[in-house]
Design a protein. Structure first.
Ligand SMILES: Cc1cc2nc3c(=O)[nH]c(=O)nc-3n(C[C@H](O)[C@H](O)[C@H](O)COP(=O)(O)OP(=O)(O)OC[C@H]3O[C@@H](n4cnc5c(N)ncnc54)[C@H](O)[C@@H]3O)c2cc1C
Ligand SMILES: Cc1cc2nc3c(=O)[nH]c(=O)nc-3n(C[C@H](O)[C@H](O)[C@H](O)COP(=O)(O)OP(=O)(O)OC[C@H]3O[C@@H](n4cnc5c(N)ncnc54)[C@H](O)[C@@H]3O)c2cc1C
Ligand SMILES: Cc1cc2nc3c(=O)[nH]c(=O)nc-3n(C[C@H](O)[C@H](O)[C@H](O)COP(=O)(O)O)c2cc1C
Ligand SMILES: Cc1cc2nc3c(=O)[nH]c(=O)nc-3n(C[C@H](O)[C@H](O)[C@H](O)COP(=O)(O)O)c2cc1C
Ligand code: FES
Ligand code: FES
Lengths: 265, 307, 307, 265
C-alpha cells in the first residue's frame, strides 16, 4: 500500500456552505482510488508546528478523476486554518484510514442518518450503495442547526436520487426538532431496515435506542481525539461494552462500529 | 574530498546499529502499524510500545490532548503483555528484518527482573530499554526514575536477568538527571535514553475539569526539545556510556542537534504521528549533512559541540 | 441573576490586590516601558525585573533564542541594582499609582537578607517576590530553589528583614516542587509563585555551537504551560498559602485555567513581548468569564477544578 | 502615545522583488505619521503561536495616506509566512520603535551605504533628508548579491533624484565586489561627508574603518535577535566599547548608533 505522504495535495476548490461550514476538494488520487465510505483522512492544518497534530475528517466524496472532498465546520484553530485555504494551496492529507461502513445484507432497506458534520461521510456512502447495485429503499434523514446549513447538502443527496427528510434545531427547514424523531415517520416498522449513522454521540444514542427496539442492525461512526489516526498512539480508546476497562481504538477498530460494540450511557 | 556514503554505524554496549535513527516507545506501535510508510529494516532500531509481564488495558479516555507545539498523553501503558508480544508482534518484526528493542516496564523491581528473564533468549530481540518513569507501587507510587537508588536497583535486577544490552530510559521530572544517569551506569546499564515525557496537565475552562481522565499526562513534542537537548548534553558529559537523545525530534536538523550535544543515537516520538515517514526522512537528512560537512563518519558529529 | 461587576479582589498575606492579574518579573521591564500600552494602575500588581543589591551587567549576547512555541533566555539577571531602582525606577511607578512588587535575587542568603532590609520601609513597595532560582555561590552554584532546606533558609532570612508580604518564586527544575513549597511556607512565606523558567538549551547545527553565549537558558512561553499548570495544581493542594500561577499565560482562557487549578493570582510573562497589552486583555476576559458563568466573585473560580 | 496594537493592519499591496525579496505595503496611519527613518516595526508573522515572537523590520517607506512599507528577504519561517501574505490580509504591526538616524550637521554631504536588506531603511531616510531641505550632496551606495535583487530598488532611489552606485557580489550590475570599495570612488576625500549605513556587520565594519580613517562621522544600524523590541526583555544586548561587560540594547538605545558606540571585532 502506498500512501499520499510523499508530497502535499493540491486544493482544487474551496467552498463556503454557510458561514462556518466549508468544503475542500483536494487532488489525491491514491486516496480517491482506494477509499471506502466511512473511512477518514488526517489533514495537517498548520504549515508550522502549531497546531501540531493532524485533524481527522471523514471522506465526504471521491471522484473518478482523483479528487477527494472533506466537509467541515469551523470549531477551533485547525478548522479555522483549513477554512482559509484557497484553490492552489497545498495540504498534507494522509489516508484513507480506519474501517468504514459495511452492508449487512443486500436487500434490506437502508436509512442513512446524519447529524451536523456527521452528514459528511453519508454522501459518499449513498453513492457507493447505489453503485453497488442495491435495489432496496435508500433514504437519508439529515439533522442540522438550520436551513442554511443543510440546503446545499440536501440537494447533493437528491441529485443522486436519494430521498431525504430534514430536521432542524430552529425549524427553518423540515421537521422542527431532532432527526431521530423522523425515523419512525420515514421507516416503516413493518419493513426490514439497516441503519448507518454518523453524528453527535447523543444523536447516535437516540438512533441506536430505536434500532435496538426495532431489532434493526445499526452501524455508528464514532469521534474521539486522535493523535495519529493509524493505531500507533493508542490515544483514541473507547470502552468496550461489558468490560469498561477494556478498550478498542476508534482509528483502527472504527470509526464505524456496530451499535452493539459501543457503550451507550 | 567527496564523501560518497558516510559511515552511520553506532554502538551501544554490544549492540551494533547500522545508523542512529530509532523510534521512541509508544509512538510507533509494534512496528507493523508503520510498515506501509517506513522500511523497518532501514532504521537503526524499532523500539516497541512498552511491554509489561501482564497485558494492561490502559487509562480511560480522554487520553490525549494537544498543547502548544506539543501534546499530553495518559495512555496508561496499555499493552498486549509479554506473551502476546512474543507470539503475535515479534514474529512480524523479525520477518521485516528490523532490529528490535523492547521497552519494558513494571510495578516493582521483581516485575522488571521477571520480564527481562522472560524476554531474554528470544531470537529477534536485540536490546531492552528499561522505562523507569513508572511508579513503584511498593514505594507509594514514586517513580523509580526519580530516585538514584531505586533506579540503580532496577538496573541491577535487569542486569542479573539478561546479558542483552540494556538502555535505561530516564525521566526528565527530576532535579538532577545526571545523578540518575550515573546511578544506572553504576547499576550496569549499557546506555541511557532520555527524555521520557515531562509531567503536565490541561484544564478545560468551560467544564472546569481536567481534559485527561487521568488528570495529569506526559508532555511530548517540539515544545520539550530545549529541555531534552539540555539534559542530553548534561548527561553526555556525566557518564561514559552512550546516550540516546529523545524529545521533540521532528527533522534531521533536530536529530543532528542531539548528536552534536553528545547523543550516540536518537529516537523519534510524537513526530511519527504527524508524518509517519519522519524516521526515514531524518536518516536521509543526517547522511546529507555529513556529506555537506565532509564528515566520513557519524562519530565526527557525535559530541562535537564547541562551547 | 445578572453579575454587573464581579469582585476580582484577592489577598496574598496582608497584600490586597484589586485583581489577580500581575506581570512576570523580567518581562515587563520596570513598568515604565509599558506605560503607553497598559494602564499600570489597573493591574493587580506590577512585578518588576529582578533586582540585586549591586547592579549587574548580565550575560554576553546572544541572550535569547526562539524555540517551538517558546523562547530561551539567558539574560543573566541584568539589572540596575537596588539604589538606582529606588532612585530612578520606583518613583515613576508610584506616580503611575501602580501596586509594585519587587523581585529580588542574590548570590547568598546574606545577600537576600541585606536586599530585603534595604527595600523595606520604602513607600511604594507593596511586596517582595523572592527569586530562588538563582545559584547559591557558597554551595557550588546549586540553585537555592532546588533544595528545600536552602529555600527555607532564604525565606527565613528575608522574613527576618521585613514585614512586607513575601512571595517566594519557585523553580520548576525539581523532582518534587511541593516539597520546596512546603519548606518556604514553613519559612514564613505569605505566598508562592510558580513557575520560573525550565532549564533548556539550543544548538546551531550549522556552527555546532550553542545558540546562547551562556550555553543554557530558561524556557518560557506557551510551550511550558502544561508543566506550569500541573505544578500549580500540585502546590495549591500541598500548601495553605496562596499560589501565584505563571507559565505560558497568553490569554484570559489560559489565566482562568490557572485560577481553576488553584492559583489565587497569575503573572503574564513572555506574552508581554508579543502583545504588550496582554495583561489588560486578560483582565477584561476574566471579568467576562465570571459574568457569563454567573460568578459574582473570583473566589468562586479559584481552585474550582473538579477532578 | 497611542500604538497600533488594538487592531491588525491591512495589507494593501504585496510585491515580489526577485525570488526571495518581498515588499509589503500596510495601512498603519499611527505608524506612518510618527515614524523616523531608521526606526523599525515588530510584525507578527504567524496567526498561531509558532513562530511565537514578532519579527523586527526597518521601516522602508511611509506615505502621507497612512501606509507603511517593509522590505524583506525570506530567511526563515517568519519571513516565509510574511511572503505568503496577500492584499487584504491583516497583520499585527507594532511601532514605530527604537532610535533612528540623526543628521549631524545640515550641510555636510551625505552618503547612505546599504547592503542587502540594509537598504530597506535608506529609501525612507533619503526621502526624509531631501524633504528636510538638505542642500549638500546626497548619494546612495548600494550592495547586493546580484542585479535582480537591486534593480527596482535602485530605480526607487533614482526616482527621488538620489545618485546611486551599485556593487554586486556576482558583478551582474555595477561594481563587481564590495560596496565599501565604492566609497572612495564616489566620496571625494577632500569633502566633508557624513555616512549613514545599514547592512551586514562585516560590511558596516568596513564602512566604519574607512570613516574612522577619513574622520567622517558615521551612524550604523545594528541587528540582533529581539523578543520584545521595546526595552522589556533585555535580550538585544550588545557590548559597549571599552567595557565588554557593560551592555546597551539595540531596540532602545538603537538600532542606530554612532560608529564609536559599537565594538568592531
Ligand atoms: C474519524 C473522525 C472523522 C471526523 N470527520 C469530520 C468531518 O467530516 N467534518 C468535521 O467537521 N469534523 C469531523 N471530525 C471532527 C474534527 O476532526 C474536529 O472538529 C477537528 O479536529 C477540530 O479541529 P480544530 O483544530 O478546529 O479544533 P480544536 O481547536 O482542536 O478543538 C475545538 C473543539 O473541537 C473538539 N475536537 C477537537 N478534535 C476533535 C476530534 N478529533 N474529535 C472530536 N472533537 C474534537 C475539541 O475538544 C474542542 O472542543 C471528525 C473526527 C473524527 C475522529
Ligand atoms: C532592527 C532590525 C531591523 C531589521 N530590518 C530588516 C529589514 O528591513 N528587512 C529584512 O529582511 N530583515 C530585517 N531584519 C532582520 C529580520 O528581523 C530577520 O531576517 C527576521 O526576523 C528573520 O525571521 P525568520 O522567522 O524568517 O527567520 P528565523 O527562522 O527566525 O531565522 C533564520 C535566520 O535569521 C536569523 N535571524 C532571525 N531573527 C533575526 C534578527 N532579529 N536579527 C538578525 N538575524 C535574525 C537567525 O539567526 C537565523 O539564522 C531586521 C532586524 C532588526 C533587529
Ligand atoms: C502517546 C505516547 C505514548 C508513549 N508511550 C511510552 C511507553 O510506552 N514507554 C516509554 O518509555 N515511553 C513512552 N512514551 C514517551 C516517548 O517514547 C518519548 O520519550 C517522549 O514522547 C518524548 O519524545 P517526543 O517528544 O519525540 O515524543 C510515549 C509517548 C507518547 C506521546
Ligand atoms: C526575558 C526574561 C527575563 C526574565 N527575568 C526574570 C527575573 O529577573 N526574575 C524572575 O524571577 N523571573 C524572570 N523571568 C521568568 C518569568 O518571570 C516567568 O517566570 C517565566 O518566563 C515563565 O512565564 P512565561 O511563560 O509567561 O514567560 C524571566 C523570563 C524571561 C522570558
Ligand atoms: S489515533 Fe492514534 S491510535 Fe488511534
Ligand atoms: S528586544 Fe527586548 S529589550 Fe530589546
Amino acid at each position: 500500500m502506498e500512501h499520499s505522504l510523499t508530497r502535499p495535495s493540491e486544493v482544487i476548490r474551496s467552498e463556503a456552505l454557510g458561514s462556518d461550514i466549508f468544503r475542500l476538494t483536494i487532488m489525491a488520487p491514491q486516496i480517491a482510488d482506494t477509499a471506502q465510505p466511512g473511512q477518514f483522512v488526517m489533514v495537517q492544518a498548520a504549515s508550522g508546528q502549531d497546531p501540531l497534530l493532524r485533524r481527522p475528517f471523514s471522506i465526504h466524496q471521491v471522484s473518478g478523476n482523483g479528487t477527494v472532498q472533506i466537509l467541515f465546520k469551523v470549531v477551533g484553530r485547525g478548522t479555522r486554518l483549513l477554512a482559509a485555504t484557497t484553490k492552489g494551496d497545498f495540504l498534507s492529507v494522509f489516508g484513507p484510514l480506519g474501517k468504514g461502513f459495511t452492508l449487512a445484507k443486500q436487500n434490506k432497506n437502508i436509512a442513512m442518518i446524519g447529524g451536523g458534520m456527521g452528514i459528511a461521510p453519508l454522501l459518499f456512502l449513498g453513492k457507493w450503495i447505489l453503485r453497488s447495485g442495491f435495489s432496496g429503499k435508500l433514504i437519508a434523514l439529515l439533522g442540522a442547526r438550520n436551513s442554511a446549513e443543510i440546503n446545499s447538502l440536501q440537494e447533493d443527496f437528491n441529485h443522486l436520487g436519494i430521498t431525504t427528510a430534514i430536521a432542524t434545531d430552529d425549524g427553518s427547514r423540515g421537521h422542527h426538532g431532532l432527526v431521530t424523531q423522523l425515523m419512525l415517520q420515514h421507516m416503516d416498522p413493518g419493513e426490514e431496515w439497516q441503519v448507518l449513522t454518523c453524528g453527535p454521540y447523543p444523536m447516535m444514542r437516540g438512533v441506536a435506542e430505536i434500532c435496538q427496539g426495532m431489532n434493526w442492525p445499526c452501524q455508528v461512526s464514532m469521534e474521539t481525539m486522535m493523535a495519529c489516526g493509524m493505531g500507533a498512539c493508542l490515544g483514541c480508546a473507547i470502552s468496550k461494552p461489558n468490560d469498561l476497562h477494556s478498550y478498542q481504538h476508534v482509528c483502527k477498530d472504527g470509526p464505524v462500529f456496530a451499535m452493539s460494540e459501543i457503550v451507550w450511557k | 574530498m567527496e564523501i560518497e556514503k558516510p559511515n552511520l554505524r553506532v554502538k551501544i554496549g554490544s549492540l551494533n546499529l547500522q545508523n542512529p535513527v530509532m523510534t521512541a516507545s509508544g509512538t510507533f506501535g509494534y512496528g507493523e502499524e508503520f510498515a506501509s510508510y517506513v522500511n523497518l529494516h532501514r532504521l537503526g532500531a524499532v523500539v516497541v510500545k512498552g511491554i509489561s509481564m501482564q497485558p494492561r488495558p490502559g487509562n480511560p479516555p480522554p487520553r490525549i490532548v494537544e498543547t502548544a507545539c506539543g501534546m499530553l498523553n495518559a495512555i496508561g501503558l496499555e499493552n498486549v503483555g509479554a506473551e502476546r508480544f512474543l507470539a503475535e508482534k515479534l514474529p512480524y518484526l523479525i520477518k521485516a528484518n528490523a532490529t528490535v528493542i523492547v521497552n519494558v516496564l513494571g510495578d516493582s523491581i521483581d516485575d522488571y527482573q521477571a520480564l527481562a528473564e522472560r524476554l531474554h533468549g528470544n531470537d529477534g530481540i536485540s536490546a531492552l530499554e528499561i522505562n523507569i518513569s513508572c511508579p513503584n507501587v511498593k514505594k507509594g507510587g514514586v517513580a523509580f526514575g526519580t530516585n538514584p537508588e531505586m533506579a540503580q536497583k532496577v538496573t541491577e535486577a535487569v542486569r542479573k536477568a539478561t546479558d542483552l544490552p540494556i538502555i535505561v530510559k530516564l525521566t526528565p521530572n527530576v532535579t538532577d538527571i545526571t545523578a540518575i544517569a550515573k546511578a544506572v551506569e553504576a547499576g550496569g546499564a549499557d546506555g541511557v535514553s532520555l527524555i521520557n515525557t515531562l509531567l503536565g496537565m490541561a484544564i478545560d475552562s468551560k467544564t472546569r475539569r481536567p481534559v485527561l481522565a487521568n488528570v495529569v499526562g506526559g508532555l511530548s513534542g517540539p515544545a520539550v526539545k530545549p529541555v531534552a537537548l539540555r539534559m542530553v548534553w548534561q548527561v553526555a558529559q556525566a557518564v561514559e556510556i552512550p546516550v540516546v537523545g529523545i524529545g521533540g525530534i521532528c527533522s534531521a536538523e533536530d536529530a543532528i542537534e542531539f548528536l552534536i550535544a553528545g547523543a550516540t543515537a536518537i529516537e523519534v516520538g510524537t513526530a511519527n504521528f504527524i508524518n509517519p515517514r519522519t524516521t526515514e526522512d531524518i536518516l536521509v537528512g543526517i547522511s546529507d549533512y555529513l556529506k555537506e560537512n565532509k564528515m566520513d563518519s557519524i562519530q565526527k558529529l557525535i559530541g562535537s559541540l564547541q562551547t
